[in-house]
Design a protein around this ligand. Structure first.
Ligand code: V1P
Ligand code: CA
Ligand code: ZN
Length: 390
């Protein structure tokens, strides 16, 4: 019998709705919901589905999404049609809601948004009702969406909706974001409160890398009497960071944050565009290095909501999220690094058919993060945490 056993002492819940998977952003768009199909197929082939509570997530209701988003924006998402993008009279509305190349209108857009958001809301509710200790929604993690507009492939901010659920029961929620992009939408939503600590690791280049925010000194509202002061942590990085440096940085920053802030729950956004060879990313992380951050976050034993995010080389996205599912199940050592013969779409994993393909030297990006730079970043953040404590 080649299944995986349930982890001892805690429950893991999997929240998904397969109706998310067939949505298409359009011809040359890098976001491919189909990567979720590939992830699920790996999880099934390894027998991990036997070890979790599986939930078919509901679509989030209009009212649930309106806990963060403006009603006029949700109305727009609900009634807009793919052809409207080409209608000149609609141009102002498209501009108002930031619809365009990054965030196009496609068939079933509202359905897509409400389904991935419903998964994260359901997952958060399982945690606060003590029916799960680790809740996973790989279709969520869409961290750029704003209250009244789309941004960076994100329309509805499921992470903000999930955190709002957690805040009903937990005094403090910590948000960790390892997507290669800055988690600006989540940071902005909780900019003025001390009840959410946001921490994003990302490539930072104000002028040449999306979204251009998230500098080291962007730490929260500048007025010291504003409760949100110092409650945004940004870890700006340059091209080419490698596993060892990233993991050490992650442990130093996250270890200090958890110790200082003592959150009641943690939300971990696992954007897989921080992996090497990503179509949009520029880091050199391996599946093992990315997963080690998930493993470290789990060591605190704090209720954990895990979501996906970016990731534009689908075979590697699915490798990372399947591996991370096994880590969350305490079963990474039970998983054969050779991808099972039985997996659907197996051809996508060739020629190596490995869960951990080595980053080919040809595609490795030069590491522009000297140790001295990383040490400066850690020092600045530890100082920020002293201010945060008051
Ligand atoms: O760089 C930009 C904008 C478009 N320019 C006017 C500036 N957009 C990026 C958006 C990246 C979004 C990442 C989302 C996430 O953090 C969470 C899901 O991963 C962009 C890029 C790029 N290389 O950064 N858009 C596109 N590429 C793009 C390419 C082809 C078709 C449509 C969009
Ligand atoms: Ca990030
Ligand atoms: Zn990203």
């Amino acid at each position: 019998h080649n299944g995986i056993a349930r982890p001892k002492g805690y429950r893991v819940s999997w929240h998904a709705n397969p109706a998310v998977e067939p949505h298409h952003f359009g011809q040359s768009h890098p976001m491919k919901p189909w990567r979720l199909t590939l992830t699920k197929q790996l999880v099934i082939a390894y027998g991990m589905h036997h070890a979790m509570d599986l939930y078919l997530s509901r679509a989030a209701t209009f009212e649930e999404m309106a806990e963060f988003h403006k009603a006029d924006y949700l109305d727009f998402l609900k009634q807009v049609m793919p052809g409207d993008m080409e209608v000149p009279e609609q141009g102002d509305r498209m501009a108002t809601y930031n619809i365009g190349d990054d965030c196009p209108i496609f068939d079933g857009l509202y359905n897509y948004c409400s389904l991935y958001a419903g998964g994260t809301v359901d997952a958060a509710r399982k945690l606060v009702n003590n029916q799960s200790e680790i809740a996973i929604n790989w279709s969520g993690g869409l961290h750029h969406a704003k209250k009244g507009e789309a941004s960076g492939f994100c329309y509805v901010n499921d992470i903000v909706l999930g955190i709002l659920q957690l805040l009903r029961h937990h005094a403090r929620v910590m948000y960790i974001d390892i997507d290669v992009h800055h988690g600006d939408g989540v940071e902005q939503a909780f900019w003025s409160t001390d009840r959410v600590l946001t921490v994003s690791f990302h490539k930072y280049d104000k002028d040449n890398f999306f979204p251009g925010t998230g500098g080291l000194d962007s730490t929260g509202p500048s007025h010291p009497l504003n409760p949100g002061a110092h409650h945004a942590i940004n870890v700006p990085l340059n091209d080419g960071i490698e596993d060892d440096d990233y993991l050490q940085l992650f442990k130093e920053v996250i270890g200090s944050c958890v110790e200082t802030y003592n959150p009641g729950s943690i939300v971990l956004q696992c954007g897989a565009d921080s992996l090497g060879c990503d179509r949009l990313g520029c880091f050199n992380l391996n599946v093992t290095g990315h997963g080690a951050c998930v493993a470290y976050t789990k060591t605190f034993g704090i209720p954990l909501l895990v979501v996906g995010g970016g990731g534009y080389t689908p075979r590697n996205v699915s490798r990372a999220w399947a591996h991370e599912t096994s880590i969350l199940l305490d079963a990474a050592d039970k998983i054969d690094p050779n991808i099972p013969e039985t997996v659907a779409f197996r051809n996508h994993f060739g020629p190596d058919y490995s869960l951990f393909p080595p980053l080919s030297e040809m595609r490795r990006i030069e590491n522009k993060n000297p140790r001295s730079y990383l040490a400066t970043v850690v020092m600045a953040i530890k100082e920020q945490l002293r201010y945060m404590q008051g």
